[in-house]
Design a protein around this ligand. Structure first.
Ligand code: GLY
Length: 598
């Protein structure tokens, strides 16, 4: 089935810099690159493609990535174009003022690379900077770490985009890669239901910013279907295309960012921007349930949580976490899954901080005896209090931290390269001020404001995660790629949703790999979330659990709390069969995204 609508495929001209395709996938044919005038997203939240696929949480962003693939770009080029377009179409969630992580699989040499372009605290940041600091303005999420200048870390997105294109791109120029985003910013893009909803929640604060106020028709907030034009952002994007990331980190735009940050109460300097660096890190990997899982290392706690949970589940007797392919997860399985999350969330609180600034004993945390201890604490008929899974390490690492503004995208290209990117400005519309058309992040809220004080997602802050000069705050972002026993990629997945990112990522992945669901079914299935504290099991009203499953969880003593939806994921499942490779791409219907591809 192909529900893709190709509006216009023009001349079959091969792009001059298109590399020779590497035929790692014998069943797939690499078509000649085409210059594409318009390539639309699928009509549904899930679709199957045979050559390449992009799954982002906004249809225009998926289409931007597909356009670049059709024009001869590869997965890295397409991921960059998708990120840039997302920043225009969904400025609530990500953009040049934020940061993120890329996990990239290069098919030609079967290597993985992880790029950390997370926001960094400015040089003047201190561990006490948020202690007793009054709220800068009224409204929702209005702590000094959540809104205004102090809330922003130095953005990493421009450097991350440049690094992924330079390092892995096909040679397509940056001017071509930014083109779809420039077009969206100049011609306008219809406001999605998700963006409208987030604008509704934060409209009063957005109205204080000249640029965001200019987006409103009348008093605002943004309404669904309204055409959002951003000429100032278009100009910034053009400069990025022409001069690379230095156009943002130095010169006119950098001065504007520093000015806007300081006017909003911040402490940025030109040196903070000029000294920003992308960091390459070794991704975490583990073989579990017959697959190799490759995922985000610290400063994300997401990859650790995923691998710890999988390890505990695998250590349990199979009758306590039964898996029947073709069936949805049962109450027995979900109970085991929920219990497996409690320990790693407690570890996060106590031990996690920027690995370049604190000692983070990952090996000790993932040690087999600790996993066995957690598995032994499990009771198949009873929800344990989180403390039952708390096994402090012998040598402490340190003595001494519904809506979300994050976005995940997956790309698989015709050469078999895979990109999984999670990108964020943290809360909706970041710190709710802008510079040069760019919405600035409030990633400083992912630090511990104070030890023992929780952030916007209810995550308690630990001492290793207090702010400090150049430090990167702990994240939950979990871009993940899974390989089969033959070492071939079978899944790219990740999510947005603050503390709920990893639990959503894991459930979508397991729905495909363990329960045999298609990418679309895996995405639409109900999800649950538990983060140890508060000790409640969250379920979705938009995707309710079957009554018997919910009753099975209640019977075990889980305190169930309802929420509209928990997180929003994106997935591409790579399915190999007699007819060749099929790419089952799905964008979460909870946020209104749609995939694109051919
Ligand atoms: N700001 C969301 C995260 O990094 O987890």
């Amino acid at each position: 089935m192909r529900s893709l609508v190709v509006l216009a495929l023009l001349a079959q001209s091969v792009h001059a810099q298109t590399p020779e395709p590497v035929q790692t996938e014998p069943a797939r044919t690499v078509r000649a690159a085409r210059e594409v005038q318009g390539i639309a997203a699928a009509e549904s939240f899930s679709a199957t493609f045979s050559e390449f696929a992009v799954a982002a949480d906004h249809p225009a962003a998926s289409a931007a990535g597909a356009e670049i693939l059709a024009a001869g770009g590869n997965a890295a080029d397409a991921a960059a174009a998708t990120m840039l377009a997302l920043g225009v179409a969904s400025p609530a969630s990500s953009g040049l003022g934020g940061g993120g992580f890329l996990l990239y699989y290069r098919a030609s040499d079967r290597t993985f690379t992880f790029l950390d372009f997370r926001e960094a605290a400015p040089a003047a940041a201190t561990p006490e900077m948020f202690v007793d600091r009054p709220a800068p303005m009224p409204g929702r999420a209005n702590a000094a770490s959540q809104v205004g200048g102090l809330a922003s870390g130095v953005p990493g997105e421009p450097a991350g985009i440049e690094a992924m294109v330079r390092r892995f791109g096909s040679g397509l120029p940056l001017t071509r890669i930014v083109a779809p985003a420039v077009r969206l910013a100049e011609d306008g893009v219809p406001v999605s239901s998700g963006v409208a909803r987030m604008s509704g929640a934060f409209g009063d604060q957005m109205r204080r910013d000249r640029t965001m106020r200019g987006w409103f028709e009348g008093e605002g907030p943004l309404r669904e279907g309204q055409i959002l034009r951003q000429p100032e952002l278009a100009r910034t994007l053009r400069e990025l295309g022409a001069r690379g990331a230095q156009a943002i980190y130095t010169g006119r735009i950098a001065r504007e960012i520093v000015r806007a940050n300081r006017a909003a109460g911040g402490i940025f300097t030109m040196e903070d921007l000029a000294s920003y660096r992308v960091i390459e890190r070794e991704p975490l990997r583990a073989e579990r349930f017959g697959h190799l899982w490759v995922t985000a290392p610290p400063p994300s706690a997401g990859g650790f949580t995923l691998l710890q949970s999988l390890a505990v589940l695998e250590a349990l007797p199979t009758r306590w976490r039964p898996v029947t392919r073709g069936q949805s997860p049962s109450a027995d399985f979900l109970h085991a899954l929920v219990e497996s999350w409690k320990g790693p969330y407690l570890d996060r609180e106590r031990y996690f901080g920027d690995p370049d600034h604190v000692r983070l004993p990952l090996d000790a945390m993932l040690a087999p005896d600790r996993i066995l201890a957690r598995a032994s604490a499990f009771h198949p008929g009873l929800a344990n209090p989180p403390e039952d899974y708390d096994f402090p390490l012998q040598a402490p690492a340190n003595s001494g931290p519904e809506e979300n503004g994050t976005s995940h995208l997956c790309v698989v290209d015709a050469e078999g390269n895979v990109a999984a990117v999670t990108t964020t400005v943290n809360l909706p519309f970041g710190a709710r001020y802008s510079a040069a058309g760019i919405v600035m992040n409030d990633e400083m809220d992912d630090f511990a404001r104070e030890v023992g004080v929780s952030n916007a997602f209810g995550l308690l802050g630990g001492a290793p995660n207090l702010p400090g000069p150049g430090k990167r705050p702990i994240s939950t972002m979990t871009p993940t790629i899974v390989l089969d026993a033959e070492g071939r990629p079978v899944l790219a997945v990740g999510a947005a949703g603050g503390s709920r990112i990893v639990t959503a990522t894991q459930q979508v992945a397991m729905n495909v790999l363990l329960f045999g669901m298609s990418g679309g079914d895996a995405m639409a299935a109900p999800r649950v979330h538990h983060q140890a504290r508060p000790n409640v099991l969250r379920v979705e009203t938009e995707a309710p659990l079957p009554e018997a499953v919910r009753a099975g969880l209640t019977r075990r003593g889980h305190a169930i709390e309802e929420t509209d939806h928990l997180a929003t994921a994106q997935v591409i499942a790579i399915v190999r069969g007699e007819g060749g490779v099929r790419l089952q791409a799905a964008s979460d219907p909870r946020k209104g995204g749609r995939p694109a591809g051919i």
